[in-house]
Ligand binder design. Structure first.
Ligand code: APR
Length: 234
């Protein structure tokens, strides 16, 4: 394999599936058990904040019972072993990339382990439950705190930075995402339109965007990602 110096890795729920974190659109996925409109939109939070807070409280608590898998750990090793830059752009709100050893991570859909004050805008680490009676530690308003999550209808974080990284990379890898949610689903086309980077999809099955990748590898991330990282570091 060519030696790459500037790698961007897009990840989705599939990279955390083998850690026991539910995906969204597979059988038994989160969106089979909950309606997006009830728990993952600004309107839902306005209508029923307790229900939305509880949905994220349960998921935040689940983070304490899961561990990074071989794919997270291999990506951490890629960052430390490559003579170049590796950036993870993740749609995941869990912290398994951090715990797998990666340090250069953009959480474009937010982070479960943080809350944001709707009054002063401060973002805080928040390991426990959050509710409408939780007080903002900065401006002391209450109710004020919401999950630091990008809901449907909101703008993903750090898009300008992500677009420049996509324009500058020489390898783009997409792991464990169905390719059904934009803007992330459009990254591969953007990469190919802007530059000459190689593009690889690693997913359990062909994603909606599989035909846009120069190379596809289908199977479990926990098996395929360590093999890919081994090739990249060889
Ligand atoms: N290894 C690799 N891929 C896997 C594995 C695995 N072990 N298990 C599942 N997958 C694949 C599935 O085949 C599917 O294509 O991961 C993909 C997960 O797709 P989604 O559930 O749609 O998750 P994702 O693409 O991350 O969703 C994007 O949608 O609801 C929003 O904000 C949410 O960030 C999320 C966004």
């Amino acid at each position: 394999m060519a030696s790459y110096k500037n790698i961007v890795v897009l990840t989705g729920a599939g990279v955390s599936a083998e850690s026991g974190v539910s995906t969204f659109r597979d059988n038994d996925g989160l969106w089979e058990q909950h309606r997006i409109e009830d728990v993952a939109t600004p309107e839902a939070f306005h209508r029923d904040p307790d229900m939305v807070q509880n949905f994220y409280n349960v998921r935040r608590a689940q983070l304490k019972n899961v561990e990074p898998n071989a794919a997270h750990i291999a990506l951490g090793a890629l960052e430390s072993g490559l003579d170049g830059q590796v950036t993870i752009v993740t749609q995941n709100v869990d912290n398994l990339h951090e715990r797998g050893g990666s340090t250069s991570i953009i959480h474009m859909h937010g982070e479960l382990g943080k809350v944001r004050c709707t009054c002063c805008g401060y973002v805080f680490l928040w390991p426990g439950d959050c509710s409408q009676s939780s007080q903002c530690p900065n401006c002391f308003n209450q109710p004020a705190l919401r999950p630091h999550i990008v809901w449907f209808g909101e703008m993903p974080f750090e898009m300008d930075r992500i677009e420049s990284l996509l324009g500058a990379c020489d390898l783009f890898i997409s792991i464990g995402t169905s390719g059904s949610v934009y803007p992330a689903a459009g990254f591969v086309s953007l990469v190919r339109a802007i530059g000459a980077a190689h593009t690889i999809e690693v997913n359990l099955e062909p994603s909606d965007g599989a035909s846009h990748f120069a190379e596809t590898r289908h199977g479990e991330a926990g098996t395929l990602v360590p093999l890919l990282v081994e090739e990249l570091l060889a």
